[in-house]
Design a binder for this molecule. Structure first.
Ligand code: TYD
Length: 144
């Protein structure tokens, strides 16, 4: 997968009464939850996101309907379809994201590791690529 991303399968309790998913911070997902927001009523042709974050970690869950997420690191990109309320896309720092193909009934829930900080955003794709190259080179050399 694209660097600093992964799929997290949430535990789900299903019985004759229905289904329940519980998410525990720093357990089911690897970070403390400082903010929750959700995106809905998005037109089928709309595309959102177009940014990366310097420090923020997020878990994206499509709790109803479906949506596609384009994720990109310094060298690779891929699209992930979210259409299952028991499955999250983890997106860490320095990953470009775009959200598109929202179904009419899509509700995209986002759990975030920090409060809203406009200064944590990189919205210019060219600058994102430069910063991502430097960031991942540094991280890869630290791991060696
Ligand atoms: P925006 O970043 O444009 O959404 P997207 O990344 O999905 O395209 O956010 C839309 C508006 O909501 C913008 O005015 C900023 C505001 N906003 C907050 O006030 N708090 C938040 O936590 C987020 C994510 C956005």
């Amino acid at each position: 997968m694209v660097k600093n991303t992964s799929i997290i399968d949430f535990p789900c309790w299903t019985d004759e009464k229905g289904s329940l998913v519980a998410v525990e911070a720093e357990d089911t997902i690897p970070f403390p939850i400082y903010r929750v927001y959700y995106i809905f009523d998005v037109g089928a042709k709309e595309r959102r996101g177009f940014h990366s974050h310097l420090d923020l970690e997020q878990a994206l869950v499509c709790v109803n309907g479906s949506v596609s997420i384009l994720i990109e690191d310094d060298v690779a990109s891929e699209s992930v379809v979210l259409d299952d309320p028991t499955r999250a896309l983890y997106v860490g720092p320095m990953v470009w994201r775009e959200m598109y193909d929202f179904s009419d009934d899509a509700v995209l829930l986002v759990l975030a590791s920090r409060h809203y900080e406009p200064s944590d955003y990189e919205k210019d794709h060219g600058r994102f690529q430069e910063k991502a190259r430097a960031y991942f080179q540094q991280h890869e050399s630290e791991r060696r």
